[in-house]
Design a protein. Structure first.
Length: 287
């Protein structure tokens, strides 16, 4: 084998070994808490409210109608069906809201009936169940859109059958949250947020005749896909922070310290909302 061909083999082996070291040490990892999103810190660091607000969540439906690409298209939806659970967790983490059980209300009522049915008149100490807590607001909404291949592309180069390539794809998920006053039915806040779902694939290949009858072929690479569930969670948390900021400015709810409205955290979200509003084109009636 020629020296040049031998050097090519050595380079290919180094590439393969280098990619091998990037793999996880083990594929069997213990379960752990879900990692925070980029917005989780903002959600948990919101200024304190004048008092927590009791809210009801009846669900957060998937209105996208989208399924995963083939071959999974007939079996799995593109977005999570458990968005309501993510919303309840975000509401609790914000410390602004106290969610009350409504999604599985029938189960709760059944258990309360069982307790009352087991009480006997002769029992000296009967169980006294407190009344269920009513909600002041209903937090509702939906995952309203999931767009695939919003943007895709890549780059690659090969010289003498050797070279890397990179491909990427961007999907997009959109979430809407609404706060509804249960006394009047008025929608006091409505926020829509969008999150990009990013996927990337990197490959390196060698396809080369190292001698007259010997062909060297090496392929290696990796791909990384943003979990859609985490993207939905981040969109929900972003919508919730915007909702708190907008509601505090509009007077829908009160801050414990009114001066906290001027803190950088809330001001950054209010500014991003205002900048987006100002950038919208004027309608005929506004000109």
């Amino acid at each position: 084998m020629h020296i040049r061909s031998l050097s090519m083999v050595v380079c290919a082996v180094l590439v393969v070994s280098g990619c091998a070291t990037s793999r996880p040490a083990t594929t069997f990892n213990p379960a752990s808490l879900s990692p925070p999103t980029q917005i989780s810190r903002d959600l948990t660091n919101l200024p304190a409210p004048a008092g927590p607000i009791a809210v009801a969540v009846y669900g957060l439906r998937d209105q996208t109608g989208q399924y995963k690409p083939s071959p999974d298209s007939s079996f799995s939806t593109a977005v999570t069906q458990g968005a309501a659970s993510l919303l309840v967790t975000a509401l609790r983490d914000s410390r602004w809201f106290k969610p009350v059980e409504r999604e599985n209300l029938q189960d709760l009522l059944t258990e309360r009936k069982i307790i009352r049915a087991l009480e006997q008149p002769q029992d000296k100490a009967q169980v006294q169940l407190p009344a269920l807590r009513p909600a002041n607001l209903i937090i509702e909404g939906a995952i309203v859109a999931y767009e695939s291949n919003v943007r895709s592309g890549g780059i690659g180069v090969r010289y003498l059958g050797i070279g890397p390539s990179e491909l990427y794809r961007q999907d997009q998920v959109t979430v809407n949250l609404r706060a509804v006053d249960i006394r009047s039915g008025e929608i006091i806040q409505s926020i829509t947020t969008t999150k990009t779902v990013f996927s990337i694939q990197v490959d390196f290949g060698v396809f080369k005749y190292v001698s007259l009858k010997h062909l060297l072929e090496v392929e290696t690479g990796f791909s990384r896909n943003e979990p859609v569930q985490q993207c939905v969670r981040e969109a929900i948390e972003t919508a919730l922070v915007h909702m708190v900021a907008q509601g505090a400015r509009d007077g829908s709810w009160l801050l414990k310290n009114p001066d906290d409205l001027n803190k950088p955290l809330l001001q950054s979200y209010l500014k991003s909302y205002d900048d987006l509003t100002l950038s919208m084109p004027l309608t005929g009636s506004d000109k």
